[in-house]
Design a protein around this ligand. Structure first.
Ligand code: SF4
Length: 402
C-alpha cells in the first residue's frame, strides 16, 4: 500500500467532524481562556450566524468528498443562540457534506433561557447535550464565577430528560478554592443521581493571564494542594467507575457505547473542520501536505468576521505539521486514551516503534511508574500516569536533551 493511501485511511479522511465555535457567554468566568465575548447584543447573533454559515460553505471544499460524521456546537455558550439560528448552522453543514451525523452535541449552561429552548434544540437536530454543571454546590459555583445555581443545574438536567435527550454529558470541575474531598464526592453523587451517560471531570487549571491566575499569584486565592487535587481525581475516578462510567480518556468517563464520538476524532487524528473564532481544524495528510495540518482561526471576533465576509477562507495560521510534530501528536494523543499506543499501529505509520524514537524517555517514564509497557511495546498511562498526564506528554513533545 502506498504511503499516501495508508495515511489517508489512518487519518480518516473518508469522513469529517465539524466543530462550530459560538463565542458568546453571559459573562466571562475568571478561569476561562477560551475565545469568548461577553453578552450577545441584538443584531450580533444574526450577523455571527451568517458569517459561520459563509465559513462552512467556503471552507468545506478541502475536506470533500468526506461524509459527515459528527457535529459539535461549542464555545462560549452556543445555547445562547436561538434554536432557529442553530438550525441555520446545522442546515449549512448538512448542505456542505453528505451523510447523517451520528452525533450532534450542543454545549449548554444551566440557565433558564437555555432550559426553555431544549425541546426546540432537539427539534432542529441536536442529539446530545454537554451541560456545564461544574458543581452542584452554590458556594463553589460562586467561587468559580459561574452565573447559575445548583437548583438550576438540577432543573436543566431534568428538563433535558423531559425533552427526550437520552445522551447527556455533564462537566464537573474539581480543585476549586474551598473545595475538599467530601465536597467533590458530593458533586459526583449529585451528578450520578441524574444517571448521565457521560461525565467530563476536569481539574481546575490556572491559565496564565486569567483573573484566576492573578488571584493565585497575589495570594488572594488559595487552591487545594497538588496532593489534595490528586486525591480528588482518584476519588472521582473510583466513584464514577464504580457507578459504571468507565474512564476512557484523561478527563472523560462514559457508559459503554456512550464515549464522545466527536472528541474521539481529535485523539484519533481524524479530519475536523473547525469554524468560528479560535477554532482549530485538522487536515489529514495528503501528497502536498504529508504530515497533516492544524489550521487555526483568528481569536478576534471583528477580525474573523471581516476576513470571512471579504471571502478569505484560508486560516491565518495554516498549521502545517512537521514529521516530528505529527509523530509526537500520534504518541501523546493516543496516550490520552485508555488503550494507549499500539506499537504495531505506530510502527505501520512511522516505520519505527515508539521505543526507536523515544528510547530514553520511555525507559524513564516506565521506571518512574508513569507508563505501562507490554511485551509487544504497547504503552499506556498507569494510575499515577493519569495524574501527571500533561508532564508525561511533554516528554514526547520535547524529548530529553542529549
Ligand atoms: S461559560 Fe465556559 S466558555 Fe463561557 S466564560 Fe465561562 S468557562 Fe468560558
Amino acid at each position: 500500500m502506498a504511503r499516501e493511501d495508508e495515511a489517508t485511511i489512518r487519518a480518516g479522511a473518508e469522513d469529517v467532524g465539524v466543530y462550530v465555535h459560538v463565542p458568546f457567554c453571559h459573562r466571562i468566568c475568571p478561569y476561562c481562556d477560551f475565545a469568548v465575548v461577553a453578552g450577545l447584543p441584538g443584531g450580533r447573533e444574526d450577523r455571527t450566524v451568517s458569517v459561520l454559515v459563509r465559513e462552512i460553505e467556503g471552507r468545506a471544499q478541502p475536506f470533500r468528498p468526506a461524509s459527515l460524521a459528527t457535529i459539535y456546537l461549542g464555545g462560549g455558550t452556543p445555547s445562547l443562540l436561538r434554536p432557529e439560528s442553530l438550525g441555520r448552522i446545522l442546515g449549512a453543514i448538512g448542505k456542505a457534506f453528505p451523510g447523517t451525523p451520528s452525533e450532534v452535541t450542543l454545549e449548554v449552561n444551566p440557565s433558564t433561557t437555555e432550559r426553555e429552548r431544549l425541546p426546540a434544540f432537539r427539534e432542529v437536530g441536536v442529539t446530545r447535550l454537554s451541560i456545564g454543571v461544574q458543581s452542584f454546590a452554590d458556594a463553589t459555583l460562586k467561587r468559580l464565577g459561574r452565573a447559575h445555581t445548583a437548583v438550576e443545574c438540577h432543573a436543566t438536567l431534568e428538563a433535558a430528560r423531559r425533552a427526550g435527550f437520552d445522551n447527556l454529558s455533564l462537566d464537573l470541575i474539581f480543585g476549586a478554592q474551598g473545595q475538599d474531598l467530601p465536597a467533590v464526592l458530593a458533586d459526583v453523587e449529585a451528578a450520578l443521581a441524574h444517571s448521565p451517560e457521560h461525565v467530563s471531570a476536569y481539574a481546575l487549571t490556572v491559565e496564565p493571564g486569567t483573573p484566576l491566575a492573578f488571584g493565585v499569584e497575589t495570594g488572594r486565592l488559595v487552591l487545594p494542594s497538588d496532593d489534595l487535587a490528586a486525591d480528588m481525581m482518584l476519588a472521582v475516578a473510583d466513584r464514577l467507575e464504580a457507578a459504571g462510567l468507565q474512564r476512557y480518556e484523561v478527563s472523560n468517563y462514559a457508559r459503554p457505547g456512550n464515549e464522545a464520538q466527536h472528541n474521539a476524532r481529535y485523539w484519533q487524528r481524524r479530519a475536523v473542520l473547525g469554524v468560528g473564532i479560535g477554532a482549530h481544524s485538522y487536515r489529514p495528510p495528503t501528497a502536498a501536505n504529508p504530515h497533516g495540518a492544524r489550521p487555526a482561526n483568528e481569536r478576534d471576533l471583528a477580525r474573523w468576521s471581516t476576513r470571512i465576509e471579504s471571502g478569505v477562507m484560508t486560516s491565518p495560521e495554516p498549521g502545517w505539521l512537521s514529521a516530528a510534530e505529527a509523530r509526537a501528536e500520534a504518541a501523546f494523543l493516543a496516550l490520552r486514551r485508555r488503550q494507549g499506543i499500539s506499537a504495531a499501529a505506530f510502527s505501520a505509520e512511522w516505520r519505527a516503534t515508539p521505543r526507536d524514537i523515544w528510547p530514553r524517555e520511555i525507559e524513564n517514564l516506565v521506571a518512574a511508574g508513569l507508563l505501562d509497557e507490554s511485551s509487544a511495546g504497547d504503552l499506556a498511562l498507569t494510575q499515577r500516569g493519569w495524574l501527571l498526564a500533561d508532564s508525561v506528554f511533554e516528554h514526547f513533545v520535547s524529548p530529553d536533551a542529549d
